[in-house]
Design a protein around this ligand. Structure first.
Ligand code: BTN
Length: 250
């Protein structure tokens, strides 16, 4: 992982560039595309990913998880989340949590985001672009970002990007090998153990825009969030629920 690294001063989006490379060539597995600046960084659900030029990590790995059935695609998400968590924890003395489905949190602040784009053929994943954005050295963020933080804000130290890429590549390789070995259950457990808000009550909004309160009790193997609401267990897909906030907090 990361043995082949392509660095660019500016790209529209490392995910788009990786997808373009995949459509024209056969990059070796584990190739990582790194941009010092993204002009059109992409976030989840069509949002934009903000990163100050030269300050943060914006990169995409190219993988060929052909061993993975489409029905197990959440396990790839788990592998990437756990790798990011371990890489960040390597640099800070605090626990890193995963906010379902794939936001990386320190305390109640977001330090990183993940955008995985799979190319699918029948029931198998043909190739996958693993986009990762980590806030590294940025200390000021636009006001409209709800709760950002960075490694520098936490550690008070400027961090070398390459060192972080090397550590991230190491943990991603470890997790990818576990995925390839089919260690699904152990990684699903590790994911739930490190879930932000596990066992806590949050306010949510459902697909009909109705607000409700419930306790996060787990994630099923397909990646749906399990919530206990007034003694009943309900599961929600990614587009079926929105976090509004923690119970008792504004
Ligand atoms: C999120 O919305 O939380 C996911 C953000 C993912 C951002 C990364 S930055 C590198 C890669 N290239 C992109 O355009 N997006 C991802």
């Amino acid at each position: 992982m990361g043995k082949v690294q392509q660095n660019y001063p500016v790209l529209d989006s490392t995910n788009s560039y990786a997808a373009e490379l995949l459509s024209k060539t056969s990059p070796s597995e584990g190739t990582v595309i790194v941009a010092a600046n993204q002009l059109n960084g992409r976030g989840q659900y069509g949002s934009k990913w903000h990163a100050e030029a030269g300050q943060n990590l914006t990169l995409s790995y190219i993988l060929y998880p052909r061993f993975l059935a489409l029905s197990a695609q959440f396990d790839l998400n788990i592998a990437v989340c756990l790798a990011c968590k371990q890489a960040i924890e390597h640099f800070i003395g605090l626990q890193v949590k995963i906010k379902w489905p794939n936001d990386i949190y320190v305390g109640s602040r977001k330090i990183g985001g993940i955008l995985i784009q799979n190319q699918v053929q029948s029931t198998q994943i043909k190739s996958s672009v693993i986009g990762i954005g980590l806030n590294v050295n940025q200390i000021e963020f636009p006001e409209d970002l709800p709760n950002p933080t960075s490694l520098r804000q936490i550690n008070n130290q400027v961090l070398d990007h390459q060192q972080l890429i090397d550590v991230l590549s190491y943990f991603l390789e470890q997790e990818y090998l576990k995925l390839r070995q089919g260690n699904f259950l152990s990684r699903q457990l590790a994911y739930v153990e490190n879930l932000y808000g596990f066992g806590q009550i949050f306010r949510f909004r459902d697909a009909e825009q109705l607000p409700f309160e419930g306790c996060i009790i787990g994630v099923d193997p397909e990646g749906r969030l399990q919530i206990e609401i007034a003694g009943n267990k309900r599961t929600f897909g990614i587009k079926e629920i929105q976090f509004l906030g923690q119970w008792g907090q504004a």
